[in-house]
Design a protein around this ligand. Structure first.
Ligand code: SDX
Length: 445
């Protein structure tokens, strides 16, 4: 991009006090600094804990661990707040568009009209993929899960765009971030086309981002494709709602992969692999399967009972969240968007939506869910909207990955620029066997 664009610089966290750690076993005490950010919980800086005390911290699942200093996304789980660079998700979903949110996450400010036009041209310019990439698709079975294909072809980008893999060159780093945002829709659309045996559709430079994606996904060479503005607006809103979400599992995967100096394409492929899990981004597909398994409202109590049974692995998919202990603000926006899409496509009564609304009503009146603050999350309604838009369920998580690429690559860029960034290398609590002599095979019983 020719024009100067805002540069973000991570502010060093400020020390605002300390806590005292008393080691009764060794009759020692230690002062640990407390750091404060602009909002949210303060943190206890334990970077020197092992060196000074000989102790590790222990936090499986990192429920109480801050892994980094970030300025991108703030979540208040108790209040159901989600903001990107200070802007509320509700305002962004209503008044902005996905490319503006990409610019905001990458560069820290909403773009001016000129910056937006330039950024849009830059992204449009990179929407095509190398012609050889199509042969990667031909190696997959047509019925391969689209997430398996996306992990493969996104990782393969590093075999085609060598010039973007020098992570220490600012311009090459910027090129890689723009290439990924630009090419994910093309790769996702190609993944869908390959699965249904239709020809790949090249991107068009005269279409905005989400319109272009729907065109590449649903148009066929043999007839004119008419853009539906309600559906393309809903698609763009879905991408906004999935753009970034603090240090979730897939974003942490991207960060730790990037901390070794791996190229951005490989890091995003790692993020896609992590997102695929049903406890994470795979939940949107699992919600539809669950609703179909429930089948009718009279069977809801049976499944609510199963969800509460610790001996039953069944979980209410699309419910609960590690951080939100209130209604996921994205779910509320998606629920409204679902009605808009169903009206537009002329679906008068979608049994799955009726079932979802009734399931939500019953769950939110049940003590088990109320006590554990289990509310619908982003995945609860997204699948119903995407199904109404014509996507097969297997494409739901690739669409989540498409939207999340903005956040993944912005988090990766922030990590690379962090002067305190080091290779991620957690330790452990070892409870395995202590030293023992080797046993020759003839003496093993
Ligand atoms: C996403 O991290 C992010 O930000 C992720 C995400 C993003 O944008 O990146 O928001 C996207 O991944 C949303 C979540 C999608 N996953 C699902 O909908 C799958 C169903 N949800 C559960 O698997 C679960 O709620 C998790 C995985 C989302 C959260 O897991 P936690 O943090 O381990 O759950 P918890 O500690 O809050 O659970 C507290 C209690 C436990 O019971 P008790 O031990 O207290 O008796 O609630 C229970 C859990 O067993 N519980 C559920 C439940 N979720 C939690 N019980 C039934 N059904 C559920 N869905």
């Amino acid at each position: 991009m020719d024009m100067p664009i805002p540069q973000t610089k991570l502010a060093d966290p400020k020390e605002c006090g300390h806590v005292t750690l008393i080691d009764h076993a060794n009759d020692k005490q230690y002062e640990l600094p407390v750091l404060e950010g602009s909002e949210g919980p303060n943190v206890i800086d334990v970077q020197k804990l092992y060196r000074d005390t000989g102790y590790f911290t222990y936090d499986p699942g990192y429920t109480s661990t801050g892994s980094c200093n970030s300025q991108l996304t703030f979540i208040d789980g108790e209040k159901g707040i989600l903001r990107h660079r200070g802007y509320a998700i509700e305002e962004l979903a209503e008044k902005s568009d996905y490319l503006e949110v990409c610019f905001l996450l990458l560069y820290g400010e909403l773009p001016t009209a000129a910056q937006k036009a330039e950024f849009g041209r830059e992204i449009t310019y990179h929407t095509m993929v190398h012609e050889q990439l199509q042969y990667f698709y031909r190696g997959f079975r047509r019925d391969a899960h689209p997430m398996a294909v996306m992990v493969g072809v996104v990782g393969a980008l590093s075999a085609f765009y060598h010039e973007s893999t020098d992570i220490h060159d600012l311009e090459k780093r910027r090129l890689a971030t723009h290439q990924l945002i630009a090419k994910m829709p093309t790769l996702a659309a190609m993944t869908y086309k390959y699965s249904i045996g239709q020809p790949f559709i090249y991107p068009r430079n005269d279409l905005p981002y989400s319109e272009n994606f729907l065109y590449m996904t649903f148009s066929v060479p043999s007839e004119e494709y008419k853009i539906n503005p309600v559906l393309s607006r809903a698609m763009d809103r879905i991408f906004i709602l999935h753009a970034d979400h603090e240090q979730n599992a897939s974003t942490s995967t991207v960060r730790i992969a990037g901390s070794s100096g791996a190229n951005p394409f490989a890091c995003i492929a790692a993020g896609i692999a992590s997102l695929w899990g049903p406890a994470h981004g795979g939940a949107n597909q699992a919600v539809l399967a669950m609703l179909r398994e429930i089948g009718s409202k009279d069977r809801i109590p049976e499944f609510i009972k199963r969800a509460k049974d610790k001996d039953d692995p069944f979980r209410l998919m699309g419910f609960g969240h590690r951080v939100y202990k209130n209604y996921d603000p994205r779910a509320a926006i998606l629920r409204e968007s679902t009605h808009e899409v169903l009206d537009e496509v002329g679906v008068k009564d979608e049994p799955l939506l009726d079932l979802a609304i009734e399931l939500e009503r019953i769950a939110l009146e049940d003590d088990y869910f109320v006590e554990r603050k289990l509310f619908p999350n982003v995945d609860f309604y997204s699948g119903i909207t995407l199904k109404a838009m014509g996507f097969p369920e297997s494409m739901f998580t690739p669409l989540f990955a498409l939207g999340r690429t903005a956040g993944w690559i912005a988090q990766w860029k922030e990590m690379i620029k962090d002067p305190h960034q080091r290779i991620g290398r957690p330790r452990q609590l070892f409870t395995g066997p202590t030293l023992r002599p080797f046993v020759p095979i003839e003496k093993r019983s």
